[in-house]
Design a protein around this ligand. Structure first.
Ligand SMILES: Cc1ncc(COP(=O)(O)O)c(C=O)c1O
Length: 366
């Protein structure tokens, strides 16, 4: 008997997530010095982690022989205080990606439907497929989620609706009023998953806590990977009613979040100055890139997050040519936008390098 005959058929057809290309891969493939390569491909923080988080992570490493606190007690306490919710309303994950998968474990069965925008974060679709559910993709309008169209896509089979705001890859956001009205219009059998990976880049992030207080089936998802600069440590969290958070906690692995990540996340929450510095760097970088695109007469999508979509013609080729100049961006073909690149906002110097590399590509030098 072949191995594949034994395999759950959903696994055989499961698409594989394509991450941003690592610096080491580009260095190896092109014979470049990794120190000279910049990665603007995964919406990471160009300032690195907060110095307080680095200190805390180093300290936690000295106790690396001990299992972490599987319940993330201290982190949930701090998050609860920050969000004015109770600690039992939180679930901490190995990145918010893990919480997306936990939602699948808790709610999805073969034949269910999962409603999402397109293009949106690809993991929603992967999670749906992994659990044998059907992704129902609703086209964005002007690169923005069309909540009325999402509502129309809901059927008696719908289990989860995913909404990222700001959205990845478009950077567009929906307003709090729109979102609250949309969720209040959803039928009772639907869980609303609000992906707030980039919420801290907004001046006034939508507040879904009133929906939780009303007893609605909603979960907010946040991450330490973006504004807090801790992507490599893999810490994200969900908040919801105690009942929903309890279900998500029930299906996670006992020690899903490592102690170094927990310590770094706790410290990062204390470093408001670092978050403010990141926001300021990002706002200035968005302006720098937008001015750069305007000067080059390139089309872009105005962004509320820490990345921008720009139309360059042949995105796949641009991706390759920019790498030769030590700049890694994200080609958008997997998101159905082959003419576009997504670039993470970097430091002023990194943005300038990206624009120079883009010029060389557009001039056909590459
Ligand atoms: C919209 C969105 N949600 C979730 C994630 C996952 O982040 P993490 O698993 O690092 O918390 C990302 C990462 O790029 C994202 O863009």
């Amino acid at each position: 008997m072949t191995l594949s005959a034994l395999v759950n058929p959903t696994v055989l057809t499961q698409p594989v997530y394509e991450p941003g290309k690592p610096i080491e891969d580009v260095a190896r493939e092109l014979g470049l010095d990794p120190a000279g390569i910049i990665k603007l491909a995964s919406n990471e923080n160009p300032l690195g982690p907060s110095p307080l988080a680095i200190e805390a992570a180093k300290k936690a490493l000295t106790q690396g022989e001990l299992y972490p606190d599987g319940g993330c007690f201290a982190l949930r306490q701090k998050l609860a205080a920050r969000h004015s919710l109770a600690p039992e309303q939180f679930v901490v994950g190995n990145g918010s990606n893990e919480i997306l998968e936990l939602l699948g474990h808790v709610f999805l069965r073969p034949g269910d439907e999962v409603v999402m925008g397109s293009p949106a974060f690809i993991v929603y679709k992967l999670v749906a497929l992994l659990f044998g559910a059907r992704p129902v993709e609703v086209p964005l309008v002007n690169h923005r989620h069309d909540l009325a169209a999402l509502a129309r896509a809901v059927t008696p089979r719908t289990k989860i609706v995913f909404l990222p705001s700001p959205n990845n890859p478009t950077g567009t956001a929906n307003t709090e009023a729109e979102i609250l009205a949309f969720v209040r219009s959803l039928p009772e059998h639907v869980v609303f998953a609000f992906d707030e990976a980039y919420a801290e880049f907004l001046d006034n992030p939508p507040d879904i806590r009133p929906l939780i207080a009303e007893g609605r089936k909603v979960v907010g998802l946040r991450t330490f990977s973006k504004i807090y600069g801790l992507a490599s440590l893999r810490v994200g969290y969900g908040y919801a009613s105690p009942e929903l958070a309890g279900l998500l906690n029930r299906v996670r692995q006992p020690f899903n979040v490592n102690a170094i990540g927990q310590a770094a996340a706790l410290a990062a929450l204390d470093d408001d100055a670092f978050v403010a510095r990141t926001r300021a760097t990002n706002s200035a970088g968005l302006r720098q890139l937008e001015e750069g695109f305007a000067a080059r007469k390139l089309e872009w999508v105005p962004s509320a997050a820490n990345f921008l979509l720009v139309k360059v013609g042949d995105g796949a080729r641009g991706f390759v040519e920019l790498q030769k100049r030590g700049v890694i961006v994200r080609p958008m073909k997997p998101y159905g936008m082959p003419e576009w690149l997504r670039v993470t906002v970097g430091t002023e110097a990194q943005n300038a390098r990206f624009l120079a590399a883009l010029d060389a590509f557009l001039a056909g030098v590459g």
